[in-house]
Structure formats: structure tokens, C-alpha cells
Unconditional design. Structure first.
Ligand SMILES: [Fe+2]
Length: 379
């Protein structure tokens, strides 16, 4: 018997210039005031902010813009946004940017209908009431936040990353417009692309993967393997950017339904303690974690290798190929290269052990000793 459950953002609009549909989508949500979180870099370097204001004013929705999100958001930033949105009685939320921007927008939508602060809802299923309707517009091809139920924040006072995980955070609609990703510089293009690759490979290998999520995760890996090197070399290649956005979305569907694994558990503390970007932390750790799990996942790794390279490659050689692939994208190979101090292993292990759900999804059980070994090997 085949049993499965698939959750996905109900309305997805994709393709070149699909951002122009924002007005039509927002109108259907029947709001009067939209809280719009826009990535700081985009707001400064492109005309997206002006375009958004114009689209919303044309349909008589008042825009309240917050454009100060630049890197991994803290709970303080998210709470500040929620206060502004509450004061203005916003009844729609729109996020335009990378994962940090979209996560902030999703959390604000939750806090508009639930009293208190982000810290009150970090954990699993803590939001009591459905959130305000929200539209997500990713401008990096990486996090898949437009299709997931999570919003991750750093609690600055304890340097810890933690997510609000709730069914009420699934966006009502998402727009995947490759034109909005053209301005993304090479470094973040590679890092966010590898985050998406991690979502895809981890969800493929997850204990919760099923007959429906596996082909979705595999399709994402195939698209990323082919298109990430193209967008890295030619940032203006619209077709490759479009393929990357679709891949990131598919990888997000894999993540939302099958979960991620130990790579995300071990990379969370790198962001919380040392400010390492999420994509880089995952990418650096990925080959070491695959190696440590290899005897148990050789068959799956060889399936992936065959599908994405078109050649039969044994699992160990594929991990070498993955290292070459990441090197060609300028991704560091070791934790020592990204200034993680070697004497922090104990702290890292303690923090990683607390990111339990992805550890439970890992294809084999993973102990504290395994985690120590993985971090050590990654230095
Ligand atoms: Fe991720």
C-alpha cells in the first residue's frame, strides 16, 4: 500500500516577469494594508521597491515597507517588524528577498494573529491561530522558504538559531520570477544554490522520503547540477536562473515533506555561533557527512550520481566529484577556511545535538561520537 501526504504552497506563479502578477494575487487576498519585507541589497540596487509600491497602490492596498534585512535575521529584527506591522494593522504580508527576508515575512504574518514575540513560538506547532495571508517572492534560488513551514531566527543573547515550525507558516502564494535573481552576486548565488542542493539530497536520503518526494528531490538535484555552474559563470542567463528557481522550489517541496538530515543539524550552530552563512555551512559539511554515512547510502548516492551526471560512478568517487563541483563554485572545503575555531568542537556538538528533528530524519542513527568525528574531519 502506498501512503503519503504532500503539502505545497497552493498557488505558484513562475516564469520571466511573473512578478507583475503580484497585484492580481494580492487583490484576491482581500487586504487593505500590506506589510512588505524587502531585502536591503535589492531595495538599494534595483527598482523592486518602487515597482512593488506602484503595484500595490494601483489596487488600493497601502504598502508598509521594511527594507533593512541584510543577513541572517535575529529575533530582535523579526519582533521589530511585527511591531510595525501590528501598529499599521497590516492584513497581508509580502516577502521579497532571500531566505532571511522570507522567513521574517512569514514570522510577521504569524505574529499578526498570535500575541507575543518570536521567542514564544520557536519550536514545533506553537502558533495557536492561522497567520495573516502571505505572498513570498524569492530572489535567491536557495532556501525554498516560499514553500516551507519554517522561519529561522538567531536568538542573539544566546547565539542560537531556532525555527518557528508551524503549518500556519505555509505561504498562500509564491512568485518565481527569474528576473529578480539576476542581480544576485556570484558568492551568494553559489552558496544559496548549494543550500538548495542540500535540501534536495538530504530530503532524498531522509528516512521520511517517499515515492512522491524522491522524484521531486531528484529533479531538483539534476537541475542544480546542470544550471548552478551556468549561473555562476553567466549571471544574466535567464533560462538557467529560471531553472535554478524551479530547482530551489522543488527542493523546498522535498524539504517540507521529507525533511532535511544531519547536514542542517550540524550547520545550524555554525550560523548561530560564528555567523557563517547558511548555504556555506551546509555546503562545507555535506561531503563529510555523506562520507560518514556512506556504507549505508551507497545505493542511493549511486542512483543520484547516475541521474545527474549521466554516468555510472561509485559512491565514493561521486563525493570526490561533489567536492570538485563545489570547488569550481568557490565554495570553501574546510571549516578552518571559514574561520571556525578548532577549539569550538565541544560547543558545536552540544548545539548540533539539540537540532533533533533533522538528526532523526538521517538515514542511519547518528550519535554524539559520530558528530564529533564529522566536525573533526571537516577541519
Ligand atoms: Fe537550508
Amino acid at each position: 500500500m502506498i501512503e503519503f501526504k504532500l503539502i505545497c504552497t497552493p498557488e505558484i506563479f513562475s516564469g520571466k516577469n511573473s512578478f507583475e502578477k503580484l497585484g492580481e494575487i494580492a487583490k484576491k487576498l482581500n487586504g487593505k494594508c500590506a506589510f512588505v519585507v524587502i531585502d536591503q541589497f535589492l531595495a538599494k540596487k534595483t527598482d523592486i521597491k518602487e515597482k512593488t509600491i506602484k503595484i500595490l497602490e494601483n489596487i488600493r492596498i497601502k504598502p508598509v515597507i521594511y527594507d533593512r534585512i541584510s543577513s541572517e535575521p535575529t529575533t530582535d529584527t523579526g519582533n521589530e517588524c511585527a511591531e510595525i506591522a501590528r501598529k499599521n494593522r497590516c492584513d497581508i504580508v509580502i516577502g521579497i528577498g532571500g531566505g532571511s527576508t522570507l522567513d521574517t515575512a512569514k514570522a510577521v504574518a504569524g505574529l499578526l494573529k498570535n500575541p507575543g514575540k518570536i521567542e514564544d513560538y520557536q519550536g514545533i506547532d506553537k502558533l495557536k491561530y492561522p497567520s495573516t495571508p502571505k505572498i513570498m517572492v524569492p530572489t535567491t534560488a536557495g532556501t525554498g522558504s516560499e514553500v516551507t513551514f519554517t522561519a529561522v531566527f538567531i536568538r542573539a543573547y544566546e547565539k542560537k538559531k531556532a525555527g518557528i515550525n508551524s503549518k500556519y507558516l505555509y505561504p498562500e502564494a509564491a512568485i518565481l520570477d527569474p528576473m529578480l535573481t539576476l542581480s544576485l552576486p556570484k558568492g551568494p548565488t553559489a552558496a544559496t544554490g548549494m543550500d538548495a542542493f542540500c535540501h534536495a539530497i538530504e530530503s532524498y536520503l531522509s528516512r521520511r522520503a517517499n515515492f512522491l518526494t524522491k522524484p521531486i528531490s531528484m529533479a531538483a538535484m539534476e537541475l542544480i547540477w546542470k544550471n548552478l555552474p551556468i549561473v555562476f559563470e553567466k549571471p544574466d542567463d535567464i533560462e538557467a536562473r529560471d531553472n535554478m528557481l524551479c530547482a530551489s522550489f522543488l527542493a523546498g517541496v522535498g524539504l517540507a515533506n521529507a525533511g532535511v538530515t544531519a547536514v542542517h543539524s550540524l550547520s545550524y550552530p555554525l550560523g548561530g555561533l560564528f555567523g557563517i552563512s547558511h548555504g556555506i555551512g551546509n555546503a562545507v559539511l555535506l561531503p563529510y557527512i555523506l562520507e560518514s554515512t556512506l556504507p549505508h547510502i551507497s545505493k542511493e548516492i549511486e542512483e543520484i550520481a547516475y541521474r545527474i551526471t549521466g554516468r555510472k560512478i561509485d559512491a565514493k568517487n561521486f563525493i570526490d566529484k561533489l567536492r570538485e563541483f563545489q570547488k569550481s563554485l568557490g565554495i570553501p572545503q574546510r571549516l578552518s577556511e571559514i574561520n571556525v575555531p578548532q577549539n569550538s568542537i565541544k560547543q558545536l556538538v552540544e548545539a548540533a545535538m539539540q537540532v533533533k528533528v533533522p538528526l532523526d530524519n538521517h538515514p542511519v542513527s547518528i550519535t554524539e561520537d559520530d558528530i564529533i568525528k564529522i566536525y573533526k574531519s571537516a577541519f
